[in-house]
Design a protein around this ligand. Structure first.
Ligand SMILES: C=CC1=C(C)c2cc3[nH]c(cc4nc(cc5[nH]c(cc1n2)c(C)c5CCC(=O)O)C(CCC(=O)O)=C4C)c(C)c3C=C
Ligand SMILES: [Fe+2]
Ligand SMILES: [Fe+2]
Length: 344
C-alpha cells in the first residue's frame, strides 16, 4: 500500500554568528551586509563599504555586544529557533518534517533544503519568521530558497508564508506576554519598537507610489500598502493595543537599529532612542517595551531594547523600563505556527 508522502516545513530566520569572537562576527556581518537586498547599493560600492568600513570597524564593536548576549546555550536567536522547530515538529507529527535554515551562517538554508530533499517531501511550506514583510528580511530569504530549488531536477510544490503581521495567533501571543507583566506591575506607557529599514526601501516596495512615509499612508492597513513594512508595523501595534485595551495616547511606535551613520541614508522614523529620551520630560516614568518585529529573542531585543534603551530612558529621568520578551517557545505561538502550516 502506498504511504502518504511527507510535507516539508522550512522555518527561516536571519541567523547569527557562529561564536561571539571577532572573526566569526566579521564573517557573519560580511555575508549579511553583502546581500544586495540589505544594503541596496551597486555591488562595487557595497563591497567598499562592507570590506573597508563595516567589517574592520563594526565587527570588534559588535563582538563585544554578542559576548554580552551569549549565554550557556549560545545565541538566543539560534537556540529559540531550534526550540521552535522541535516543538512544531512534535505538534505536527509524523506526516511532516520540520527543518530550520538561517539566511546567514548556520544552519544554512541549503542544508535545511537538502534535509527536506533527502526526506523526499512532496511539498514544502516555507515560513520566513519575520512578521512584517521587508525585502531585506523576507524578500532575501524567499529569493534564496527559490535560487536553490530552481536548480533541483524535481522541484516540489512550494508555498511561502511571507508575512503575518496581523495574524490573530501572533497578536494574541504578544498580548499574552504583555499581560503577564501588566498584571504584576503598573506602567504609564507602552513602546513598540521595530527594527528599522532605510526609507528608500519602503519607497521601492511601494505599490504605484502609494507609500510616501506619511502617517496618512501608514495609519491604515489595506490592499495597497499590505507590503509596506512601516504600515505593517503600525497594524501589528494597533491590533496588540486593541487586544490589551490600550488607548492611542498610551502607546508609541518607533524604529531602532539603524545603520544610517555609515550609509548616510534616512531610516524610517521616529527613531526609538530619540523618542524614549523625551518621554520622562512628558511625565512618562514607567514603560513596558515590546519588540514585535521578532519572534525570538536576539541581539536587537535583549541588548538593544533590554539594556541600551533602558539606559537611555533612565538617564533621561525614567524610573522603570521593562522589556517584554519575544515569542520564543510560548505555547500560543507554537499553536499559531501549527495553524499557519495547516492553513497553507
Ligand atoms: C525584522 C527583521 C529584520 C530586518 C528588516 C532587518 C534589516 C536590516 N538589518 C540591518 C543590519 C543589521 N541587523 C543586525 C541584527 C539583526 N537584524 C535582525 C532582523 C532584521 N534586520 C535580527 C533578528 C538581528 C539580530 C541577529 C542576532 O544575532 O541576534 C545587525 C548585526 C548586529 C550589529 O552589528 O548591530 C546588523 C549590522 C540592515 C542594514 C537592515 C536593512 C536594510
Ligand atoms: Fe537587522
Ligand atoms: Fe506605507
Amino acid at each position: 500500500m502506498a504511504t502518504t508522502p511527507l510535507t516539508g516545513v522550512l522555518l527561516i530566520n536571519l541567523g547569527t554568528p557562529d561564536s561571539p569572537e571577532v572573526p566569526d562576527v566579521r564573517k557573519y556581518l560580511r555575508e549579511f551586509l553583502m546581500d544586495g537586498r540589505v544594503i541596496d547599493m551597486p555591488a562595487p560600492q557595497r563591497f567598499m563599504l562592507v570590506n573597508g568600513v563595516i567589517a574592520p570597524f563594526r565587527a570588534p564593536k559588535s563582538s563585544k555586544v554578542y559576548k554580552e548576549l551569549w549565554d550557556e546555550r549560545g545565541s538566543p536567536l539560534l537556540y529559540y529557533s531550534q526550540d521552535q522547530q522541535k516543538l512544531l515538529q512534535e505538534k505536527l507529527g509524523k506526516d511532516y518534517h520540520v527543518a530550520l535554515g538561517m539566511r546567514y551562517q548556520n544552519p544554512s538554508i541549503e542544508s535545511a533544503l537538502e534535509e527536506l530533499r533527502k526526506k523526499d517531501v512532496d511539498k514544502i511550506i516555507v515560513i520566513s519568521l519575520y512578521p512584517q514583510y521587508a525585502s531585506a528580511s523576507t524578500g532575501t530569504s524567499t529569493q534564496k530558497v527559490m535560487d536553490i530549488v530552481s536548480k533541483w531536477e524535481v522541484i516540489p510544490s512550494i508555498s511561502f508564508i511571507n508575512r503575518f503581521a496581523d495574524d490573530p495567533g501572533f497578536i494574541k501571543t504578544i498580548a499574552a506576554i504583555g499581560r503577564s507583566y501588566m498584571e504584576k506591575e503598573k506602567f504609564d506607557h507602552y513602546v513598540f519598537s521595530y527594527h528599522g529599514i532605510p526609507e528608500r526601501q519602503i519607497l521601492k516596495a511601494s505599490n504605484g507610489g502609494y507609500c510616501q512615509l506619511s502617517d496618512k499612508c501608514c495609519s491604515t492597513y489595506n490592499k495597497k500598502n499590505r507590503y509596506c513594512y512601516r504600515a505593517q508595523c503600525y497594524e501589528t501595534t494597533r491590533l496588540v493595543a486593541k487586544e490589551l485595551g490600550l488607548r492611542e495616547d498610551q502607546y508609541t511606535v518607533a524604529f531602532q537599529s539603524r545603520l544610517q551613520a555609515r550609509i548616510k541614508d534616512p531610516w524610517i522614523k521616529p527613531y526609538t532612542d530619540e523618542v524614549i529620551a523625551e518621554m520622562p520630560k512628558k511625565g512618562i516614568k514607567r514603560v513596558l517595551a515590546f519588540s514585535p518585529a521578532f519572534v525570538a529573542d536576539c541581539l536587537e531585543t535583549t541588548v538593544e531594547v533590554g539594556r541600551e534603551f533602558k539606559e537611555i530612558f533612565e538617564e533621561a529621568g525614567g524610573e522603570h523600563w521593562q522589556l517584554a520578551e519575544s515569542l520564543n517557545t510560548h505555547p500560543i505561538w507554537i499553536d499559531t505556527l501549527k495553524d499557519m502550516v495547516l492553513r497553507s
